[in-house]
Design a protein around this ligand. Structure first.
Ligand code: AHM
Ligand code: MG
Length: 335
């Protein structure tokens, strides 16, 4: 089909028309997409490629690493370190930042990623994905340090994810809406399947891990309890529930047909603000959701306005269809 628009063509035309994707950012996005293709191959081979199971190590968050977590991390680093577009990278799977080695030129961008999100789905052939966020290195500065990464999500210049599900689909924003591209394996390229993705403001579908209910705070309990009351309750409608246990899978569904996703703070580990990580999970997903007309908060404020205190900071997340996110958020201020 000659009328199909490849990711490369989409980015080139965007650069030409709007001029707001500089060539180095375009290169960066192409490289990330290429790395995702390669991760998709590994995911696809599964047991036949010997990539399933645990690696016998733990990451900085104390989580057991799967072989694919480590493979995906290496693929992203190797693909991105030599192109000259990046100054440094940060990942869920690395304790500290990875500065581009001296043997390569250093660029002006910073790349953050969760190389393989939804790790508990790897061995069961469930949906998983790669999440990424792109920032600019602060200007007039030589070298790069961890503090250069500590910018709020509203400073992102690009963000997206690649879902490895029934199809491999790359979802992207550079700040002017959300576009989706599906991988054509025969051609080896991503092709545009949807531009200007929109999330309906209302929904009857919520996603939360219900097994944690007894640990939630009162506002979250109240909101979910009202959803469960259905038509007879204060929300006046029957809700359906979905939980993929992979943020990529849940956010992808919300971008496709709406919904609300919550991973709130809970009493299991009260010293942590939540389970999900701000800089390479919540920020890129929040920007995508907002760009598609949805909303994203931590219950108290817009996630994109949070100034991170550290690289692996955690956050409570409520995102998706605008009206439901606003309702759940309002319960946190006692309204
Ligand atoms: P991961 O990055 O280690 O895979 O963890 C993040 C994932 C999210 O994708 C998902 O929303 C959540 O953890 C599921 O957690 P739970 O198993 O507690 O339901
Ligand atoms: Mg993750």
């Amino acid at each position: 089909m000659s009328s199909r628009i490849s990711l490369t063509r989409y980015l080139v035309e965007k650069q030409r028309m709007d001029g707001h994707i500089p060539s180095q950012l375009r290169l960066l996005l192409e490289v990330v997409a290429r790395a995702c293709k390669s991760i998709s191959q590994a995911v696809n081979k599964g047991a036949l490629g010997g990539v399933l199971g645990t690696a016998g190590s733990e990451n900085v968050q104390g989580e057991v690493q799967k072989k694919l977590d480590i493979i995906a991390n290496e693929v992203l680093i190797e693909a991105n370190e030599w192109g000259g577009h990046l100054a440094a990278m940060a990942s869920e799977e690395m304790d500290s930042i990875y500065v581009v080695p001296n043997r390569y030129p250093q660029g002006e961008y910073l790349l953050l990623f969760d190389p393989l999100d939804g790790s508990s789905n790897i061995d069961i052939n469930g949906s998983i994905g790669t999440i990424f966020s792109v920032l600019k290195k602060p200007e007039a500065q030589t070298g790069v340090e961890e503090k250069d990464f500590l910018q709020p999500g509203n400073k992102q210049v690009a963000a997206g994810y690649c879902i490895y599900g029934a199809q491999t689909t790359l979802v992207l924003t550079v700040g002017d809406g959300v576009a989706m591209f599906t991988l054509d394996r025969e051609q080896g390229s991503f092709f545009l399947i949807e531009e200007d993705v929109r999330i309906p403001a209302d929904t009857k579908e919520f996603a939360i891990n219900m097994s944690n209910m007894r640990h939630w705070d009162a506002p979250v309990k109240r909101y979910i309890d009202e959803c469960l009351q259905g038509q007879e309750g204060p929300l006046g409608k029957d809700f359906n529930t979905r939980w993929i246990a992979s943020m990529v899978g849940d956010v992808h569904r919300i971008l496709c047909r709406g919904g609300i996703f919550l991973y709130p703070w809970d009493k299991r580990e009260p010293e942590k603000a939540g389970k999900l990580r701000l800089m390479y999970e919540a920020n890129p997903m929040s920007w995508l959701v907002e760009q598609a007309g949805g909303a994203s908060t931590n219950g108290k404020q817009r996630i994109l306005d949070i100034v991170p205190g550290k690289l692996h900071e955690r956050v409570s997340v409520i995102l998706g269809s605008k009206n439901e996110v606003e309702r759940a958020t309002s319960y946190h201020s006692g309204l």
